[in-house]
Ligand binder design. Structure first.
Ligand code: DGJ
Length: 708
């Protein structure tokens, strides 16, 4: 059967400083000829020339019918890299060859319809270029035949220039997330898989291809991120024909997506950002998240009880804690794990979401009312996707525990997974959460997920894999709750930073980036998490003097200086803090609130420093003020280089001053006296002398425009 033919087409999407040129020769699936810095106004004939000029010359023995930048490339069209669609109809229909049937450009949105006539398979591809210059792509496959079609993979890719010779992504583990790893972009495939039903504590967050001089403010970066909270793969692929591409898609277990006649499967959105340096690349993600956040409410300063009391919840102690918190400016009080029936430790009771009358003899409502009377919102920890075998729920419904045929599987943190694809289990948990939110006047849910899914099958469905369905069910559960309770905020936590992605952030407002409140480690974790998230979406807490996760001891000033940038919180027992420290914490909350609007709408900048010191900041949207942190993480053999700022208005004069209490005596240079004013261009080009600081000591430097 001949390919359906439309005429060759080239579309130029141009927005937010970004151009994407997509083409087809009339039959073959769309291919990205160019993605990066805006090309400016381009005429149709110029686009045609560009399209032909960008086609590579290939030698003998090279399949050359496939356009190299195909978003969903096909083996049948000569693509020898990872295929875009992998499917199967009982051993047939495994090598799709789709042809374009429709091509619609609407502003900066391109929608392309494709069809494989012989296989009875439809495909739809959507590319959207947002105001910020962030590109997102999604594909949908439809079974147009009578016999079921299994989709094994649907992977989308974007090409990057061959000068991108370095890859940057992240690794780590519990309370130790986001260690940067760089590797050469060589022929072959660099793949990062997540198979635990969530992106994972060790997850890459983003996969970035860059030029070798890549830094926050140097080199060029192209990055992809998959907006999906379940199993997934992102990869960088370089072919022997020197095509460099970044790709991503959901990892599917056998039988997870079996399409009946007329049924469809849509891939998660693949997000792609580029920038001259990592900061510019990150700002496109920030703009996307900020514009999708809807109603702009200040991120509340909170107190979370986890490291303050762990499972030891006592109503009179909690009242004292709440009163102290309200007194120093806390706006949200979050009761963490330990409030529900039988939950004395982490060995039991997940699923029994009723307030434990042994701990809270009058229930939690009087305490929630007390918190509200103090002027704070009330938050509650839950872990709705999990179940303990030692729980009333598991005893009543053992069939709701996921099981792929060998029993409930490994107990990790002594817990198992509740099958949310089972409609009765879903209704039950939705009903419970809904009742808790109403009855306890809950304003905020800290939503945890502490066990990877592993061999997650549904008993009710004969052991079929449910990782895909479970992820969708989690989104639905969050959406059902927020629809029923407008204004309810959700925090995504998965043993810390195990579920940070643009999928969950369609429902959640903030993430918990790590169980480590160690300010030294937090600098790294917040820095790299910040490539995806704006500061207000990261929970950043002031923990105890000796960090529980690492044992490292740090001054209150340093802990606060690292925490003020994000969604500030406290995670320590205020009833045991000295009056002096309580006063200092109040002062830091005050600093945060004075800057909050600017920190949570401005641009984050990180300076590339090679001497072991760290300098980062936020420049207000109108560039009339900026706040910077300078700190020494590792001491070098020589004093740190001068502090050169970034992101300022060159011709504006800024007054320089130290912000917030300086706790430990530090040797401050002359400019710290507060009467130095300099134009932005001098502060950026020459800078100021670095203060002599010991390790894990910092200063906050405020710059206020003299004319503001
Ligand atoms: C893991 C989370 O990351 C912690 O912050 C805390 O909520 C515990 N779970 C509670 O079990």
């Amino acid at each position: 059967m001949p390919d359906a033919a439309i005429r060759p087409k080239v579309a130029h999407l141009d927005r937010g400083g970004t151009s994407v040129v997509v083409r087809t020769d009339g039959t073959t699936p769309p291919s990205i000829a160019y993605w990066g810095k805006s090309l400016g106004p381009v005429t149709a004939p110029q686009l045609d020339i560009l399209d032909r000029a960008l086609r590579p010359t290939l030698g003998d023995s090279v399949a050359n019918t496939s356009l190299p930048g195909a978003v969903v490339p096909e083996l049948a069209r000569g693509w020898l890299g990872l295929p875009g669609i992998e499917c199967d109809r009982e051993g047939t229909a495994w090598a799709p060859r789709c042809s374009i049937t429709d091509w619609q450009v609407d502003g900066c949105r391109l929608r392309v319809e494709l069809r494989d006539e012989e296989y009875g398979l439809g495909e739809q591809l959507v590319l959207e270029l947002e105001d910020s210059g962030l590109l997102r792509l999604q594909a949908t496959v439809t079974n147009e035949a009578e016999a079921p079609l299994e989709v094994r993979a649907l992977t989308l890719g974007v090409p990057v220039p061959t000068r991108a010779d370095t890859l940057l992504d992240f690794a780590g583990g519990w309370s130790n997330e986001r260690h940067a790893q760089r590797t050469a972009f060589q022929v072959g495939r660099w793949t990062r898989d997540a198979r635990g039903g969530r992106p994972g504590l060790d997850g890459p967050l983003l996969l970035i291809a860059g030029t070798s001089a890549l830094g926050h403010r140097s080199g060029e970066a192209w990055a992809v991120h998959l907006g999906w909270s379940g199993n997934q793969q992102i990869a960088a692929e370089r072919t022997f024909t020197d095509v460099h591409r970044l790709l991503g898609g959901e990892l599917l277990h056998p039988g997870e997506v079996l399409l009946g006649p007329g049924e469809s499967y849509s891939s998660p959105w693949l997000y792609a950002s580029w920038g001259r340096g990592l900061d510019e690349m990150a700002h496109r993600f920030h703009a996307h998240l900020r514009s999708h956040r809807g109603e702009q409410r200040p991120a509340p300063v909170l107190l979370n009880t986890w490291e303050a009391t762990y499972f030891d919840q006592d109503p009179s102690h909690y009242r004292e804690l709440a009163a102290l918190a309200a007194g120093i400016g806390v706006e949200l009080f979050v009761v963490d794990d330990g409030w529900f029936c039988g939950r004395d430790n982490d060995r039991s009771s997940l699923g029994d979401w009723f307030v434990d009358a042994r701990t809270w003899p009058d229930g939690l409502r009087p305490f929630s009312d007390f918190v509200h009377e103090l002027g704070m919102d009330f938050g509650l920890w839950v872990e709705p996707e999990m179940i303990s075998l030692d729980s009333a729920l598991a005893r009543a419904h053992p069939e709701w525990v996921v099981d792929a045929g060998h029993g409930p599987g490994l107990a990790l943190r002594h817990q198992h997974v509740l099958d949310l694809t089972e409609p009765d289990a879903y209704s039950w948990i939705l009903g419970r959460l809904d009742a808790l939110v109403s009855d306890l006047r809950v304003d905020y849910l800290k939503w945890d997920h502490n066990r990877p899914l592993l061999d997650a099958g549904s008993q009710v469905a004969g052991g079929r894999a449910v990782a895909h369905g479970q992820t969708l069910a989690c989104y639905r559960l969050m959406a059902d709750l927020t629809d029923a309770h407008p204004g309810l905020r959700i925090e995504s936590c998965a043993s810390g930073g195990g579920r940070i992605d643009l999928g969950i952030l369609e429902c959640a407002e903030r993430v918990w980036p790590s169980d480590s409140n160690d300010a030294h480690d937090r600098l790294r974790i917040q820095r790299w998490t910040g490539l995806l998230l704006p500061p207000e979406m990261q929970g950043t807490h002031i923990g105890a003097e000796q960090a529980h996760a690492t044992g490292r001891v740090a001054d209150l000033a340093f802990r606060a200086q690292v925490a003020v940038w994000g969604n500030l919180g406290l995670e320590l027992d205020l009833t045991k803090v000295s009056p002096g420290d309580l006063e200092a914490i109040a002062a830091w909350i005050d600093v945060h609130k004075r800057w909050r609007d600017r920190l949570h709408t401005g641009s984050t900048v990180w300076l590339d420093r090679e001497d072991g010191s760290v300098m980062m900041g936020t420049v207000a949207d109108d560039r009339t003020s900026a706040l910077f942190l300078f700190t020494v993480a590792e001491r070098g053999p020589t004093p740190p280089a001068p502090l050169r700022f970034a992101g300022l208005e060159p011709d504006r004069t800024y007054r320089v001053r130290i912000e917030g209490p300086v706790q430990r005596p530090v040797d401050l240079p002359q400019w710290a006296c507060g009467d130095v004013s300099l134009p932005g261009r001098l502060l950026m080009a020459a800078g100021l002398a670095a203060p002599a600081l010991g390790p894990d000591t910092g200063v906050l430097i405020a710059l206020d425009a003299a004319d503001a």
